[in-house]
Design a protein around this ligand. Structure first.
Ligand code: CMP
Length: 430
């Protein structure tokens, strides 16, 4: 085992600090670092003690060195947390963010392969509006909710050896610099909630270290939707939907989280279409994950089968007022509402019989009875909907005939005028 040649000095410095002699401790740590600049923990102590003693310039210089070293070793988010400390001491400081951004910022787009697995719906989604050239048009956060994702080749990182992260690796250098300057960092103890389902959310998080679980309340108790680890982001859904938090996010281990406010995220998406695309891909993937984890229709399937099943659905965005299903026509498939609202109405006077929220299914009656559609379904708000065509539906039924029972129950409840049992929650996603 390697002998720590600074062991005695470190112990002395620790003791001095404990006894309240910050200046004495600082001098010892400075001597260690002068001897061996690789002593990162000691350099961190130099930064902290300098700060404590009010030596701002020294503290900034030491934090900046630690941040760069961490970034070089692949710990972008740990480095990012230090940028916040630096900015608190010197709000005009830009060098460290610029340096990290130049190391991690994405290179200009190439036609290379996907680095992040595309959302389950990517293949099925169709471009609907605004074909836009990368980098030529801005994307508003609100637009992301209903614009189906388009397959794209995300750019690779400027320095391919550095680890990739789901969002930040997609950021061009300039965007990454802005993001690093605007975030705040905090530590969270195990079992502490970072996000509480149902609350109003104004920020977005990146997990710098640790592990969190995402849970959603259901009548049967909390359901774990996902476990996320270092580099993952969360909290985008409430911002995109301008609605409450769709799930709780709870620390499983001690966590360091980086927090970005809505304004910064809006600015990033407006100025950097790549950011918008990544957010959108995750957002849609997660909506789909939640729908398949919570709606009874998907329950007979294993998680792996649900992912395959989700692949058979086609994603489509509907503008407010657009017809999803016309009345009196041959049913063309089963629809799952992922976000937005659907208004069901009948007869020439368009009498509204139901308004449905995310996670609910429509189109089941005509499929089950092989009769013309019994109502019109319109988007009551900008909505994102999945459709499983007739042949896909038949294939699913032959694989798991029990899904027919689930749909029959939904259809019966609707015929009886009872509200169809929503997936598993009474709250809706928007
Ligand atoms: P938001 O609704 O703002 O707050 C809770 C967050 O949990 C949500 O944003 C997503 O980031 C995350 N989340 C919700 N559903 C899922 C899911 N099915 N899989 C992974 N993460 C999710």
């Amino acid at each position: 085992m390697a002998v720590d040649r600074f062991k005695k000095q470190k112990e002395r410095a620790q003791k001095l600090a404990q006894d309240g002699d910050a200046a004495g401790a600082l001098a010892v740590y400075q001597a260690i670092v002068a001897d061996d600049p690789q002593e990162l923990a000691c350099l961190t102590r130099v930064a902290e003690l300098s700060r404590q003693l009010g030596h701002k310039a020294e503290a900034v210089a030491a934090y900046a060195r630690v941040a760069e070293r961490l970034a070089e070793d692949g710990f972008l988010f740990k480095a990012a947390a230090l940028v916040r400390q630096i900015l608190e001491l010197d709000p005009g400081h830009t060098q460290t963010q610029a340096r990290l951004a130049s190391m991690y910022g994405a290179a200009p787009p190439t036609s290379g392969p996907h680095r992040i697995p595309p959302a389950a719906t990517t293949k099925a989604s169709r471009p609907k509006r605004r074909p836009e050239a990368e980098g030529t048009q801005s994307t508003r956060l609100a637009d992301l909710v209903t614009d189906p994702i388009r397959p794209s080749a995300p750019p690779g990182p400027a320095t391919p050896a550095l680890p990739r992260t789901p969002l930040f690796s997609e950021l061009p250098e300039a965007a990454l610099r802005d993001a690093l300057s605007g975030l705040s960092a905090r530590t969270v103890a195990p079992e502490q909630a970072i996000i509480a389902e149902g609350e109003v959310g104004q920020s977005f998080f990146v997990l710098a270290s640790g592990r969190v679980r995402v849970t959603k309340q259901t009548p049967a108790g909390p359901l774990v939707l996902a476990t996320l680890s270092e580099g993952a982001f969360f909290g985008e859904m409430a911002l995109l939907q301008h609605g409450p938090r769709t799930a709780s996010v709870i620390a499983e281990t001690p966590c360091e989280v980086l927090e970005l406010g809505r304004a910064l995220l809006e600015d990033l998406t407006a100025r950097h279409p790549t950011v918008a695309k990544v957010l959108q891909r995750f957002y849609q993937q997660r909506l789909l994950g939640t729908a398949t984890a919570t709606h009874p229709f998907f329950q007979p399937f294993t998680p792996g089968e649900r992912r395959q099943l989700a692949d058979r659905f086609q994603a489509r965005a509907f503008a407010e007022g657009e017809v999803v299903i016309a009345e009196g026509k041959k049913g063309d498939g089963l629809y799952v509402l992922l976000s937005g609202a659907l208004v069901v109405s009948v007869g020439p006077e368009r009498r509204v019989v139901a308004t449905l929220g995310p996670g609910e299914i429509v189109g089941e009656m005509s499929l089950l009875d092989d009769r013309p559609t019994s109502a019109e379904v319109r988007a009551g708000a900008a909505s994102w909907v999945l459709r499983l065509g007739r042949s896909g539906f038949s294939a699913v039924v032959s694989q798991r005939p029990e899904v027919l029972g689930v749909l029959q129950r939904v259809a019966e409840e609707r015929r009886d005028g009872r509200p169809s049992a929503p997936p598993t929650t009474d709250d809706v996603l928007v």
